[in-house]
Design a protein. Sequence first.
Length: 384
Amino acid sequence: MTLSYRQILIIDDSKEDIGFLQAILSGDYSIVAATSGAGALDICASGKITPSVILLDVSMPDMDGYQTCQAIKALSGFEQVEVIFVSANDSLDEKRKGYEAGGNDYLSKPVNRDEILQKVKLAVLRKQTREDSESQSKMALDTAMTAIMDASEQSNVIHFLRQSFSCQSVEELAQSIVDTCDNFGLLNTVQIRTDWQAITKSSGNNPSPLEIEMLTSLQQIGRIYQRGQRLILNFGNISQLIKNLPDDEAKCGRLRDHLALILEGAESRLKALNAVDEMKSVMEGTNDALSEMATKQANQKRQNVKIMDEMIEEIQVGLFDYGLTEEQEKVLLGMVERYSEKVFSAYEEGLQLEDSMAVISSSLQRAIKQFFQSDEDEAAINKK
């Protein structure tokens, strides 16, 4: 039993009665005495004592025991103090008055030594049990409230992870991170870096130049760095500055964990978006190459046809000058036709290569469309 539970306040206008009670209780308890209700109030209001039990004489001048009890219980910190009235009048009406005044027990004079020891012991135990119960209830309530807040915070994280599937650009992803952290009551700035640009978003308004510089220069400071109420997180090509972490260390720890999960999810989504951008770049390059190839092949075909026509025409005109027989002319013209067919056959093979490249480009387009369509479907399911 702690010292505060061993402290007894005796209030009695009779010094002899105080001495008698003190002689019985001083072996087990620390005793403080007052000879009037006003004096007892001054002692209690001073904050120097926190008795577990008050032994209070009923019949006192100026302020009787009932009035004294009510006044003491009105003081902050004394609402639950155990009060045992001591009186020579043990009628039912007197006991009722004591109960209505806030008393917990009643002792009749002359006081029996064993009875007062037992009643004081039980009163101390009641107060200790009540305070332990209140402490446990408060702890249970705090635990429940923490669990409720944690569940709400986790719901916010899950909502972001689901929503991130529908982000189709780096700008959307950065804004989603900022909005999610705003829901935690955190003022924050997010920077996402790609090979060609750095996107920076901030709570409420445009990020300041200093914030942008801090995020850019502190990329290598570590994944999670905290100084006071400011927190910097670096996950891959994503950096975040939190400006107002709470003073509550438990809540602060939970938020750090939640923010790490958010940025891990955002980093994964960023990699997917970068992969899609790469596929788009490949597709655009393929389409450009196909367009250029088709133009060149068309030009080549026209050029080949023109050359072959000119060659055949020249041969036919010059056959009379070569002195060839009719059979030799047929052989020569047949040879020209065969090689013409080979030239055009090679051209057709080039067209087949173009078709193959077109199939690849079409496949890339379908893959990109399917990627975004699956994200939209996932987001729609999550909303339901």
